[in-house]
Ligand binder design. Sequence first.
Ligand SMILES: Cc1cc2nc3c(=O)[nH]c(=O)nc-3n(C[C@H](O)[C@H](O)[C@H](O)COP(=O)(O)O)c2cc1C
Length: 162
Amino acid sequence: MADQTTFRNIMGNYPTGVTVVTTATPEKEPVGLTVNSFTSVSMDPMLISWSIDKSVTTHDMFAEGSHFVVHTLAHDQGDVCMLFATKGTDRFSQVTWDWNEEGQPVIAGYSGLLECRVYKTVDAGDHTMLIGEVVRADHAETEPLLYHKRAFGGIPSSFYDN
Ligand SMILES: Cc1cc2nc3c(=O)[nH]c(=O)nc-3n(C[C@H](O)[C@H](O)[C@H](O)COP(=O)(O)O)c2cc1C
């Protein structure tokens, strides 16, 4: 038997990195949110996936859009992680960002950048899973931001000891 509390506790005790995923509305406004459901899927073609809660205000922009951008956050971007998870705030006025070739917003300071074309969307319970094909990528070689139980930070110095 599986209950939702056990499920939530197990997933909450699974540490992840953190990303911010962005896209543009049909009116060409930038939108984005903090996401840790991100993972790689395939090398050939290069595919990644993430899932968006159907209750997120910008759900339809992502589910019906053609492109999105995944920023894997750097260790010093805890403020960006919180900003893009905070409701009712003008997120893009508080970061440095620019448009890419496809008219998608790219935020500065990332550890890694994956500019994606929507490959497939999957209806998945209370979420929609988006699978993206990577069309452009950039790696900044910066230490990543880690997330666990509502805390975030860089890789602990003891991590590579053994
Ligand atoms: C560390 C972290 C990871 C998150 N991961 C996801 C995720 O994978 N999918 C998702 O839909 N929401 C995720 N959220 C919550 C969204 O960021 C949040 O609901 C969204 O920004 C709300 O946007 P809205 O105000 O436009 O509805 C996460 C939040 C945090 C703090």
